[in-house]
Design a protein around this ligand. Structure first.
Ligand code: SF4
Length: 500
């Protein structure tokens, strides 16, 4: 029994079969396969010890656990199926999430398009309705919620009362959480909503280091992003680059607790140790050599496309890093990238620095060049587009369609997402209407692009996985193809990822 219990529902408390990308499956409703199988594909149960403490936990929750542990609290991260062993009894339940109510991208989009509730929302609601949580509340337990989706509680206020949420923390909570838990432990009133201001975020020295394993060995290498896109909340935070010593400490934790993989996480891994927005080979090569000391399955979370182009054009760096990581592991490496729009006009208005050091007017060319570089370097981008931005015109969407057509020859996935009001655009009207004709065309072209590439990618991505998992994913793809055909969406079935 612990004073402070950290937890989350199953869609968060899972390592997704060791395949981080499968976590996104939880953002959709079950289509083409039964819900129980959908949940198993997206979020299988996590290994736990006798107390129900999880082997791997989401990195953000591990950071909060570390901050509270460093401050002397008796804290543990508990699997959702084992909460009854600790609640009622715990004084504080703290919960973190990426997407509490499926209001973030891409959940909201799947929801609008399929008119079915995504499984991550259903899973979270089921989690909060657990009898042990209700009993804990009756005995005076405080509930604090936070994480990247903390903003969603503003859009779902009925649940604040229904579950007796005591405090919502929006922003980097590593520092403020200590004071909040102290108050909760001493039965003092908590503020219902805490927006962590720029002066309250931890400095580099104040960022706690994880004490236990993170999901799929994710370790943060820097926080913040210098590019300042208007729709992004990350950009409101100051930039802090971890030292190699800090990163090594966390790599050691994951290795010691038996996690084989490692994901270097930042909004733009290529900006680690960069000169502004210009990547530098020295820090990046040192970082990757360090990561490889602890794992032979090192991957990346995000790249910015301008940094891909700059790093390769000036130093051949994307190819070098890719070769280094693929030396004794996968033939390909996946990474998330943001295309967002193919319209230079819109790029200038909403993300003028995304293309730096190249001018925003050249954004489509930067995107095509970066995709070509990644294709040659065996890096597979999973790219996002944003549709429904407040300033968007039909012509902007047509420009984006043209860009997606130009990307057809490059091995990639492209996912259009609905605009969600975050960053400097927070408070703007949420995009709730059905897609326009142009937006529908864009979605169809993206689906066609993805079907063109996806089957070969699946063969590669799941080549060492459980046969049942492969079968379930194939069932889903067959279903999507059937739906695509029935809507007249053209795609070629005989294309496969060109290996080697
Ligand atoms: S580049 Fe990405 S992380 Fe940085 S501000 Fe733009 S959207 Fe946010």
């Amino acid at each position: 029994m612990h004073d402070v219990v950290l937890s989350a529902d199953r869609t968060m408390m899972s390592n997704h079969h060791g395949k981080e990308f499968l976590g996104f499956v939880a953002t959709g409703p079950p289509v083409g396969i039964p819900e129980f199988l959908w949940m198993w594909v997206a979020a299988p149960k996590m290994k736990v010890d006798d107390e129900g403490r999880v082997w791997q936990a989401p990195y953000g929750i591990r950071k909060i656990e570390a901050a509270l542990s460093d401050a002397g609290f008796d804290v543990a991260t508990i699997d959702p199926d084992h909460l009854h062993k600790h609640i009622p009894g715990a004084k504080v339940l703290a919960i973190g999430h990426h997407d509490y109510f499926s209001l973030g991208p891409p959940s909201s989009e799947w929801w609008v398009l399929t008119r079915k509730e995504p499984v991550n929302r259903k899973s979270f609601i089921k989690f909060m309705e657990k009898p042990e949580i209700r009993k804990g509340k009756e005995k005076g337990m405080k509930i604090i919620v936070g994480g990247p989706a903390a903003w969603q509680w503003i859009w779902a206020p009925e649940y604040i009362d229904r579950w007796g949420i005591d405090c919502i923390v929006d922003g980097e909570a590593d520092k403020v959480i200590v004071d909040l838990v102290e108050k909760a432990m001493n039965d003092k009133d908590l503020p219902l909503y805490v927006q962590v201001g720029v002066d309250e975020v931890p400095s580099l020295e104040e960022i706690p280091l994880i004490k236990h394993a993170s999901v799929n060995g994710l370790v943060e290498i820097m926080r913040g992003c210098p590019r300042g896109c208007k729709f992004c909340s990350v950009t409101l935070r100051p930039l802090r680059c971890y030292t190699l010593d800090m990163i090594e400490e966390e790599l050691k934790v994951n290795a010691r607790e038996g996690v084989k993989g490692c994901i270097l996480h930042s909004e733009d891994v290529l900006l680690y140790g960069a000169d502004g927005v210009k990547p530098r080979p020295g820090p990046l090569l040192k970082l990757h050599r360090l990561a490889k000391k602890y794992s032979n399955q090192v991957g990346w979370s995000h790249f910015s496309l301008a940094a891909v182009k700059y790093a390769e054009d000036n130093y051949g760096l994307v190819s070098r890093l890719s070769e280094m990581l693929r030396e004794d592991q996968d033939d390909f490496i996946g990474v998330e990238v943001g295309v967002e729009t193919g319209s230079p006009r819109l790029a200038r208005r909403i993300m003028p620095a995304k293309s730096l050091p190249y001018p925003a007017d050249l954004w489509p060319e930067v995107v095509v060049d970066a995709f070509a570089i990644m294709h040659d370097a065996h890096v597979i981008p999973a790219a996002t587009l944003i549709i429904g931005l407040p300033e968007e015109t039909p012509d902007d969407i047509i420009k984006t369609i043209e860009l997606v057509e130009d990307l057809k020859e490059f091995r990639s996935l492209i996912v259009p997402m609905y605009f969600v009001p975050m960053g400097a655009l927070r408070g703007r009207d949420w995009y709730k209407v059905q897609p326009t004709d142009e937006q529908m065309d864009l979605m169809k072209i993206c689906l066609s692009h993805d079907l063109y590439w996806v089957e070969g990618m699946i063969e590669w991505y799941f080549r060492n996985s459980n046969p049942l998992l492969r079968k379930a994913v194939r069932m889903f793809i067959s279903f999507v193809k059937k739906v695509a055909r029935s809507h007249g969406i053209a795609f070629e079935e005989d294309i496969r990822v060109a290996v080697k």
